[in-house]
Design a protein around this ligand. Structure first.
Ligand code: SF4
Length: 370
């Protein structure tokens, strides 16, 4: 089966997994709620106020003190749910990282993560875009059970609202949001973009475009589409190996879009948006951590305004292929980053957060179904 057909089949399967259920306010944007109010005989102008109060209350209330009439409030409360997700479990790691298992009324569950920053008063959030993942990356737990379905925009927004509420409960403000949880965002891009528009809308989620990062394993048409949207979000590309032979073993999607294709798309994104992409690189001992691979990676980065983010591998047991990976030694990782920096590459290590509760990168896996 060709890759185009395979992707279309994936999308059909994801849509087929979506079930009918009552809408929540997170499913609406201003235009669709205005149309709903209008159809029910109310003034559409009230939609903006209803949604503003909903987001301000963290998705708990339609209205606080408001000039809107009781009839509008009654209509919204009777016909639209406040939320259609709930926190099934909440696990807090020693470093304060909080992993939520969020279950949806429409079926299935995902994990979302809140990471308190080292800086006081703020926190970062990580949301999922699909239930499971079909991409099969060998070092990632999210793909082990395959892909169940795409999340809808409202389900993405509700994860954001849960994280915002959790941050507020510990006296912090949710400052940034990354789409690095379960799933490949570029294969559910309509919902991801619709969710981002609500989350970044100053009158709704109020997070701001620049605080949002969309990650991809290298779905080139998705990168190009994101670059062409009027979104000002960041892009993170999961490269994980600088050569096709190694990357093909780690990331099956490399069979469709090779290292050169993915890097060219990342360069186009930077040229079109002016936003500096991040090249994500999960460090695996004896697999992608050699001096030679550091030099090849540095060559790929020449003349490219992008940063390399090195992620020490977080254990998940045997990968899809049965291989057991390990994190390289500190010395090896230090030598690798030094080779990059000596060649002018801006490179950092990403701090490992929440690995004691399997909340770190690559470890997310919904352990429950509802
Ligand atoms: S790394 Fe991302 S794209 Fe790859 S299997 Fe995991 S969730 Fe899917």
């Amino acid at each position: 089966m060709g890759w185009v057909n395979w992707l279309a089949k994936l999308e059909r399967a994801a849509k087929a997994g979506t079930t009918e259920r009552m809408q929540s306010l997170a499913d609406y944007d201003r235009e669709s709620l205005a149309a709903d109010l209008s159809a029910a005989g109310h003034k559409p102008i009230h939609a903006a106020v209803v949604l503003r109060h909903f987001y301000e209350s963290g998705g708990r209330q339609v209205l606080g003190k408001s000039p809107i009439g009781k009839a509008v409030i009654a209509h919204v409360e009777q016909s639209i749910a406040m939320r259609r997700s709930r926190i099934i479990t909440k696990t807090v790691a020693a470093d304060g990282t909080t992993k939520l298992l969020v279950g949806f009324e429409g079926g299935g569950a995902v994990e979302s993560v809140l990471m308190p920053s080292l800086q006081p008063g703020i926190a970062a959030g990580c949301v999922s875009s699909q239930i499971g993942c079909a991409m099969g990356c060998d070092f990632c737990a999210s793909t082990r059970g395959g892909m169940e379905r795409n999340l809808e925009a409202g389900e993405i927004v509700e994860q954001f609202l849960h994280l915002k509420e959790q941050a507020s409960a510990i006296g912090r403000r949710l400052k940034t949001l990354v789409f690095m949880g379960m799933g490949e965002p570029m294969l559910n891009l309509d919902a991801v973009i619709a969710g981002i528009r609500r989350i970044a809308d100053p009158q709704l989620g109020g997070l701001g475009w620049r605080q949002i990062t969309v990650s991809t394993v290298g779905i080139v048409p998705g990168i190009d589409r994101l670059a062409g949207e009027d979104l000002n979000v960041h892009l993170a590309v999961s490269l994980h190996a600088p050569d096709d032979e190694t990357r093909g073993r780690l990331v099956p999607m490399n069979r469709r879009w090779k290292v050169a294709d993915v890097m060219a798309a990342a360069r186009r994104f930077e040229a079109a948006t002016g936003r500096i992409p991040t090249i994500e690189y999960c460090m695996l001992a004896g697999v992608n951590d050699s001096d030679a691979q550091a030099v090849i990676l540095a060559d790929l980065m020449q003349g490219f305004r992008a940063h390399v983010n090195l992620i020490p591998y977080n254990p998940i047991g045997a990968g899809v292929s049965g291989v057991n990976y390990a994190r390289p030694s500190r010395e090896r990782m230090g030598a690798f980053i030094n080779l990059l920096r000596e060649r002018g590459v801006v490179a950092h290590f990403r701090g490992t957060r929440g690995d004691d509760v399997n909340a770190a990168c690559g470890q997310l896996r919904a352990a429950a179904r509802i």
